[in-house]
Every structure is written in structure tokens, then in C-alpha cells.
Design a protein around this ligand. Structure first.
Ligand code: FAD
Length: 466
């Protein structure tokens, strides 16, 4: 590929800004256009996904662009899930039996600002704010934007357009409406929405609860989670049905109802959220959905990446991680085509390599929605987790739980993690439920039994699904 080519990237969120940095490092001229004002100059996003869980796949993307260490300065390690029951009793369920495996809480605006700063340092990157993409000419790689400061329209053109404008992507909508090629699209909403609330820092600084964990209050249908921030606060997210339940967004319409619901379900959390009622009504309620589409590319001129191509529900903490992994996979494909001028082939090969994996993480994320809100508190699930962490601690090279395969083992793909992880889960749960794992067995014997059962299930699945 000729390195002086111009790449027009639409959307300077997490994926777009990392992609801009990496494409510039590869020698391309990059124009990165963002509809919102520069978040380094204007505070935004109150009440919307303020912090995120960053794990190994995301770190790999940051490493590729040489910014992993800078990002780590913004990270707070979370070693496991701190489960809170209705009595306020807590216990820590570790993410892994291996000591060096944990996830990190990181500020979304903090990370986005870091990536913008690093991209902007490159002489071949131009970042343009306050211009929202209105339409894309898919056949000639140009896009028209509305300038929100002047109200005027402006058109930018590249050799290719990379659409990283998030779940509501205008680039993707242009493909959907284009009609000259077959474009498949699906969007599935969960019955639940989310709302963010704050646990402020303790008076005089410090954290009001353990900062080294992702806190969960699983309640069957509903759930509260909390992730720590560097300033001593926690961002709490409530996941609640919109309707058809005694307590849902449709019924929590008065301060009394909100207080009643939280005091009943999350008494220990209420004590930590002095501004609960005010924030509940001030902060927006966000929907949660899965978007799948194909093809991601049109005419070898435009390509979708990140949430624009594959938005997922947040229950595996993998949306951003997957978007950063997109950049890694795209970069690998570019390596294969070094010196050859063929974007059509690059885009095609990229989707061929990547789509099955983003489909897999989308499905895994929905699985984890049910696991987190319903199963994390169940004795059977806890027995399974205990056994898995024991396997990981004792046989670190031989056993990876589904969670570890997805979160910590970036050398294998999401689709492989799904296949093996689901079979393993089924195997362990069946063996425990059938009483086949007994106290008299050694840990090695238990591991061998689980491996044997897992292989049998994977074999059966292969026969059934080809
Ligand atoms: C509640 C919640 C919690 C989450 N938690 C996690 C987590 O713990 N871990 C994790 O890995 N992921 C998490 N995610 C997912 C993560 O937020 C996304 O996967 C990630 O932000 C995707 O990055 P992106 O750059 O593709 O999209 P975005 O971050 O949405 O960025 C898109 C950018 O494009 C801009 N844009 C939009 N339209 C236009 C336009 N027309 N013209 C120009 N610019 C435009 C937007 O302003 C934005 O800056 C969570 C998501 C939610 C909703």
C-alpha cells in the first residue's frame, strides 16, 4: 500500500483514536473527524459509562501502538467479583487462580484523552472536532459533515473511509440504505436498560469500599455493579428491566419508590450513595443491545470497525477490548498486504478473519448477562468457580476457565474461547450436579475428569454443528 494514502476516520472515540494513532504510525495521512467537542477541553458524558474494564485483549491493542504503559497509569486492578448479598455480606470470587490475571478499571474519558493526545503528536494526523457525519459516499470514499459551530456542511475525502462512529453509526446506516449490495443487519435489545450512580470518595479521600474488586449485587432479574475510579469514587451501574416487573424503570418514578427499591435490594450500597435519588432522576437511562451486520466493507472504499461493526452488551466487559483487538487484527492483515495496493482485499480478509470472533463475543456477553445477575450468587455456580480457581492455581498451564479464555488468553480467538469455554462449563456443572466430583478425589483426578467430559462434549458438538 502506498504510505502517502489518505485515511478518513469517522468517530474519535476509543476505537477511532487508537486506529488513527496506529495508521499514522504505519505512515498513512490520517484525518480523524469527531462530532462532539474536544473532550480534553469540554467535560462530557455525565451519567454514561464513565469507567470500563480493560483486560488483556485491549492491552494488546494499546501495546501495538506503544501506549500500554501510559494507559496502565490510569488503571486500578480488580482481582475478582465482590459479591454482595441482600444481607450486605460480601465474598470475593477471584477472576482467576493465576496470580497475574486481573482486569482493570479505567476512566473512559481518561483513556480517550490519552489516545487523542498520542494521535495528535503524530505529524500526519489531523483531528477535527465538532463535525458530525451526515452521509457517506460509499463509492468514492468521501463523507459530508455538519459543522456544529458554523452550521455549514463540509465534505472530506480519503482514499478510504474507516467508520468508527460507534453503535449508532451513520456510516453503517449509509450502507444499510445504499441498496446496491446485500447488507445484512440485526439489532437485538435486552429488556433491561442501565443507569449510572456514584459512590463518592470518602470524606478526607480514600475509598468507601474495597477498591480492588468489581462489586456485584446480583438479584436475579436486576443487578448493580460498581467499578473504582482513581479519585476514590466508584461508578455504580444499575441494570433493571424497563417494564413488566414490580421494580422497573417504568415504575421507579418517584423518590419514594427509588428509595424503597434500593433499600430493599441493596441496603449496603444505599449507605454509600448519598446522592442516589438525585442522580437516579438526573442521569439518563441507556438501552443495551447487540448489533451484528455484514459486510463491513463496501466497494473496497469504506470499512466499519469497533461498535459501528459489532456493538455488544457490556456484561463481559469486552466491547472496548474487542474494538482494540479489531485494530490488532486489521494491522496484521495490513502487514500481509504490505506494498500491495488493494484495499478491497484487505477489507475482505479482515472481515473474514474477524467476524466469527465478534459474533462469538456478542453471544458470550449475553450469556454473561444471565450469569452475573442470576448465577453468581448460586451455590452450584460458586462451587464451580471454586474448583476452576483451584485448577488454575494448581495447573496454571493446563486449565483456563471460560472467563479466563475470553479475558486473559488473547492468544486464542473469541470463537475458540466460546467453543471450549461453553463445553467446559457444561462439563463441570453436569459433573458437580451428578455428584461425580467427590471429596475423596485428588485435584488432578478432578481435572482429568473435567477435561475428558469437556472433550466429549466438544466432540459431540462438532458432530452436531459440523
Ligand atoms: C454501560 C456500558 C458499559 C461498558 N463497559 C465496558 C467495559 O467494561 N469494558 C469494555 O471493554 N467495554 C465496555 N463497554 C463497551 C464500550 O463502551 C464500547 O465497546 C466502546 O466504546 C467502542 O468504541 P468505539 O470507538 O467503537 O465506539 P464509541 O466509543 O461509541 O465511539 C464512537 C465515537 O464516534 C463519534 N460519533 C458518533 N457518530 C458520529 C458522527 N455521525 N460523526 C462523527 N463522529 C461520530 C462519537 O461521538 C464517539 O466519539 C461498555 C458499554 C456500555 C454501554
Amino acid at each position: 500500500m502506498t504510505k502517502k494514502q489518505n485515511i478518513l476516520i469517522i468517530g474519535a472515540g476509543l476505537c477511532g483514536s487508537l486506529l488513527a494513532l496506529r495508521m499514522a504510525q504505519r505512515g498513512y495521512n490520517v484525518q480523524l473527524v469527531e462530532k462532539r467537542p474536544d473532550l480534553r477541553k469540554q467535560h462530557q458524558d455525565a451519567g454514561r459509562s464513565i469507567n470500563l474494564a480493560l483486560s488483556d485483549r485491549g492491552l494488546k491493542g494499546l501495546r501495538l501502538a506503544g501506549v500500554e504503559e501510559l494507559a496502565k497509569e490510569l488503571c486500578i486492578p480488580m482481582l475478582g467479583r465482590m459479591i454482595h448479598d441482600t444481607e450486605g455480606t460480601t465474598f470475593l470470587s477471584k477472576y482467576s487462580g493465576r496470580k497475574d490475571e486481573f482486569i482493570n478499571s479505567i476512566s473512559r474519558p481518561g483513556l480517550n484523552m490519552l489516545l487523542l493526545d498520542e494521535a495528535e503528536k503524530m505529524p500526519n494526523v489531523e483531528i477535527i472536532f465538532n463535525k458530525g457525519c451526515k452521509s457517506v459516499n460509499l463509492e468514492n470514499a468521501s463523507a459530508t459533515f455538519k459543522d456544529y459551530t458554523t452550521d455549514e456542511e463540509v465534505t472530506y475525502r480519503g482514499d478510504v473511509v474507516l467508520g468508527t462512529d460507534g453503535a449508532g453509526s451513520v456510516v453503517r446506516k449509509n450502507m444499510f440504505n445504499h441498496k446496491k449490495f446485500l447488507f445484512s443487519f440485526s439489532q437485538e435489545w435486552l429488556t433491561h436498560g442501565y443507569k449510572e450512580i456514584t459512590i463518592p470518595a470518602a470524606e478526607g479521600g480514600g475509598y468507601r469500599t474495597d477498591k480492588g474488586a468489581l462489586h456485584i449485587w446480583p438479584r436475579g432479574e436486576d443487578m448493580l455493579i460498581a467499578l473504582p475510579n482513581l479519585d476514590g469514587s466508584f461508578t455504580v451501574t444499575l441494570f433493571l428491566p424497563y417494564s413488566n416487573s414490580d421494580y422497573c424503570f417504568d415504575t421507579l418514578t418517584t423518590p419514594e419508590m427509588v428509595t424503597e427499591y434500593f433499600s430493599k435490594e441493596y441496603p449496603d450500597a444505599v449507605a454509600l450513595m448519598p446522592n442516589l435519588v438525585e442522580e437516579f432522576f438526573d442521569n439518563p437511562t441507556g438501552p443495551l443491545g447487540t448489533i451484528k451486520c455484514s459486510p463491513w466493507n463496501s466497494y473496497g472504499k469504506t470499512l466499519l470497525l469497533g461498535d459501528a461493526a459489532h456493538a455488544i452488551v457490556p456484561f463481559y466487559g469486552q466491547g472496548m477490548n474487542a474494538s482494540f483487538e479489531d485494530v490488532v487484527v486489521f494491522d496484521e492483515i495490513l502487514n500481509d498486504f504490505e506494498g500491495k495496493e488493494d484495499w478491497q482485499k484487505v477489507f475482505y480478509e479482515y472481515e473474514k478473519a474477524r467476524k466469527k470472533d465478534t459474533d462469538a463475543i456478542a453471544d458470550l456477553a449475553v450469556d454473561n448477562f444471565h450469569e452475573m445477575k442470576e448465577h453468581t450468587a448460586s451455590p452450584l455456580f460458586q462451587q464451580k468457580r471454586k474448583l476452576e480457581t483451584a485448577f488454575e492455581a494448581e495447573f496454571p498451564q493446563e486449565y483456563y476457565s471460560k472467563y479466563s479464555l475470553v479475558t486473559f488468553k488473547e492468544a486464542i480467538t473469541y470463537s475458540e474461547a466460546l467453543k471450549k469455554g461453553r463445553a467446559q462449563d457444561k462439563a463441570i456443572l453436569n459433573l458437580i450436579a451428578d455428584g461425580k466430583i467427590t471429596e475423596v478425589m485428588s485435584l488432578r483426578e478432578k481435572l482429568e475428569l473435567v477435561q475428558k467430559e469437556t472433550n466429549a462434549i466438544m466432540h459431540d458438538d462438532e458432530i452436531a454443528f459440523g
